[in-house]
Design a protein around this ligand. Sequence first.
Ligand SMILES: Nc1ncnc2c1ncn2[C@@H]1O[C@H](COP(=O)(O)OP(=O)(O)OP(=O)(O)O)[C@@H](O)[C@H]1O
Ligand SMILES: [Mg+2]
Length: 485
Amino acid sequence: MMARLIPENPIEFPNLYPKQKEFVRSNKVYVCYGGARGGGKSFAVDALCMIYCKMFPGIQILLVRRTYKDVFKNHVISLQLKLHCTIDNDPKRAAKWSKDEGSFIFANGSRIVIGYCDNENDALHYQGLAYDVVILEEATQFTEYQFEIFTEIVRPSGFCKVPFKPRMRLTCNPGGVGHEWVKRLFIDKNYKDTENPNDYQMIHAKVYDNEFIMNNDQNYVKRLENLPPERRAQMLDGDWNVFSGLFFIEFEERYHVIYDGRLPRDGNYNLYISLDYGLDMLAAYFIAITPYNVLVFDEIYEPGLIISQAAHKIRQKIEDLGFQYDDFTAILAPDDLWNTSQENGRCKADIWSDYGINLTKSKRDRSAGWLAIKEDLAVDYSLPPEERKDSCKLKIFSKCVNLIRCLPKLQTDPKNSDDCMKEPHELTHAPDSLRTFYTYWLSVPDEIKNQKSLKVPKEVYDDYLNASDEVREYLENKYGKIFCI
Ligand SMILES: Nc1ncnc2c1ncn2[C@@H]1O[C@H](COP(=O)(O)OP(=O)(O)OP(=O)(O)O)[C@@H](O)[C@H]1O
Ligand SMILES: [Mg+2]
């Protein structure tokens, strides 16, 4: 039945570069094709799948990435095109894509099953299955536990019609939750008694191996060359020894900290305060958004304050800085301050408001918030060193000693490379508070983000207040919100 549906068409095998050939030809049980970005690893994986399916009729291959979205974007679409699956009666059609099964089915019974494994529980769904080949794309995004579950299902599927030694193929870049186990097996070659050293082979990838990129996309190479030092070593040089596990590898005091900083004199900025509050710590950051920068210009970092005291501290700081409460567009706090108490139906945000601080709710999307901070910390390393300082958006005034102390110390969560560790807890208050600002800022529409404002002396401000509605509207359209200095 299947043979009639999909005629045995020849597969057009792509021309492979030498390391890609080595990857496809190797008979070792575990081969890791890894190192730098852009070497042609994913392309080689597609080629391996197509070649094996043709050469070993009935072979069952499982191709996994961490998320379905990633594996779909990276492999399903490209395999559909390479196997001519998109048009039913395409004479070059070599396999059928079954959406229901999530697999490519060949007339000879071979099959490429597409899988994902987002968390450790997802790995359990694969337990008990059998695949002749398991391919983990971006293997350093998997934990060692997930890897081990996959090793257990690499065994004869029983459908391959020719002798075939089951095997696993991995591709990856250094860094990520799986950095340590990949490095142990394929770089350090530090094996346990149960592991046979002869089973493992490493093929080092470099972007320079990839003629297609070298000839067509020099900008890609430039982008890799301009990454921050640690990331560049990993992504361009494929260096496995520089992974510090630090979460904000983008942070460099010489570029991000401003000594003796002052807010711009033109007053063209909007002010925010962001909070992380608990009895153990009030971490409040005073932030000015200018047309070019996010300036974190002051902090309160104090443990043991009840809400009335914390609110008082904030009001006092606003006054000490020479501002008024209304100068701040919003005072932001994480959404758990709106959880209502079972006893009196009130939430902490209500109590803050009793003490004169009206809070604005910010979402708790950790990875989106961290990513936004990383974006704003990004330094353009293609610039000469003396110009780099101006290329990053987020600047922290040296007064904010706790933020400057904690941010660069946070460690990456080994179970989720998009997040950082929540321990030691003391390090988290200041970064969490900054993240509260960023998750809010991400949800602000661009027209409000870019809203102008103008600070004017008292006498000019009085004139503005006394002006007619039309004049006020005209001034606001021209200068944005107008404040008194
Ligand atoms: N042998 C080849 N012939 C033609 N094009 C190729 C070949 N190998 C790779 N490419 C092209 O080079 C580009 C990068 O390749 P690929 O995505 O496989 O790299 P990668 O190592 O998986 O990158 P990353 O580290 O970002 O995952 C793609 O556009 C791919 O189609
Ligand atoms: Mg890839």
